[in-house]
Design a binder for this molecule. Structure first.
Ligand code: SAH
Length: 355
């Protein structure tokens, strides 16, 4: 039975489910979920991410990790972790750049947090020749807790599910996935308490409650605060509280109806950075936020692009296009943001006052 048939049957028996529960089923259902069965990242797949756009992205994050380790006093052991490493290309590029710092590589242990078995296989292949051998766990809680932590997660917050509340003339309601008259999956509303902080919202406005994103940030923040360390959470999303329905399904680079093909498309919501930063600070960490363009420029992406173009003049036009895609205000530069959660008392590279 397909995931659609199983969801339809479950909803017929048990009633409508929240948008968050629908997302979780579509992404992680063990037999039919998108990440469990058919994750397809890259040009030939369903969606493309920054490390897939250009090697510069992972390389600069590798240099950031080395500089962060130095800023922490070059501890003799450090946990270098990536959550949701996808195809493994970000970490592969990061470790190539980190070869410039053998002292860092001697101190670092590589841990990958991945729930998707097919993606873990891709990561194993991508990192086969890397200077550090990876180990896998399925949750941040399973990472070693006895050494400073340097963590990166690119496009992971957006797959952590959110609930959606809608302002109606009768008060707030929760948007749920139920069945229409013909028994097909459809959105509906059920009464719900007002959200804890409801911005001024017109009738019909949707507010997303990203509890799973806040919980993830709190877990990472508690670790970097306790074990020392810093984490980058990079994603597209809002820097200020905003209203709006950001649930989106992508299949072969096209937006599709989120209810049309459960488990067959990637399903995401925008990262809620105000909630992420608040949760991190409440858990005892320092937290800062930059646009992706500002972060990459502070790490020197323009000089890196110029050096790559000098080394490969025939690729200069491609490199210029990649630079534009990662940093252009109308491309990934402004919508994508980089949250840094860090131990109180030290400021990781790029997150100090602009020089
Ligand atoms: N970071 C990669 C891949 C992004 S796709 C890149 O930038 O290309 C999202 C990644 O997050 C996948 O590896 C997916 O398996 C992982 N993921 C999805 N839900 C997750 C969860 N709940 N916990 C941990 N990882 C998750």
């Amino acid at each position: 039975m397909s995931l659609r048939e199983r969801l339809t049957r479950e909803i017929a028996l048990g009633g409508p489910i929240s948008v968050a529960d629908y997302m979780t089923r579509c992404l992680h259902d063990p037999s039919d979920g998108y990440y469990a069965t058919r994750p397809a990242i890259g040009e030939a797949g369903d969606f493309i991410t920054a490390p897939e756009v250009s090697q510069m992205f992972g390389e600069l994050i590798g240099l950031w990790a080395v500089e962060t380790w130095r800023a922490m006093g070059a501890p003799p052991r450090a946990v270098l972790a990536e959550v949701g490493p996808g195809s493994g290309v970000l970490m592969s590029d990061a470790l190539r750049a980190a070869r410039l710092a053998p002292d860092f590589l001697a101190a670092a242990e590589l841990w990958l947090v991945e729930r998707s078995a097919p993606l873990a296989e891709r990561q194993r292949a991508a990192l086969a020749a890397a200077p550090l051998a990876p180990r896998w766990v399925v949750a941040v809680e399973d990472l070693p807790a006895d050494a400073p932590l340097i963590l990166v997660a690119n496009e992971v917050l957006d797959c952590l599910p959110a609930r959606q509340l809608v302002r109606t003339s009768a008060g707030w309601a929760e948007r749920r996935v139920g069945l229409d008259d013909r028994g097909a999956l459809s959105f509906g509303l059920s009464p719900a308490p007002a959200p804890p902080c409801a911005p001024e919202a017109p009738l019909g406005a949707v507010i997303e409650i990203a509890e799973a994103q806040a919980a993830f940030a709190a877990g990472v923040a508690a670790r970097v605060a306790r074990q020392d360390g810093a984490a980058l959470l990079i994603d597209y999303g809002r820097a200020e509280p905003e209203v709006g329905d950001t649930l989106q399904a992508l299949r072969r680079h096209e937006k599709v109806d989120p209810l049309a093909c459960p488990g067959e498309a990637d399903l995401t919501v925008h990262a809620d950075f105000p909630a992420v930063l608040a949760a991190a600070r409440a858990a005892g960490a320092g937290a800062g936020l930059l646009t992706q363009a500002a972060f990459l420029r502070r790490l020197g992406i323009e000089a890196r692009a110029a050096a790559l173009s000098r080394a490969r003049p025939e690729a200069a036009a491609v490199i210029a296009r990649q630079l534009g895609r990662l940093t252009g205000a109308d491309q990934m530069g402004a919508l994508f943001k980089v949250a840094c959660l860090h131990a109180p008392g030290f400021t990781p590279p790029a997150f100090g006052p602009p020089s």
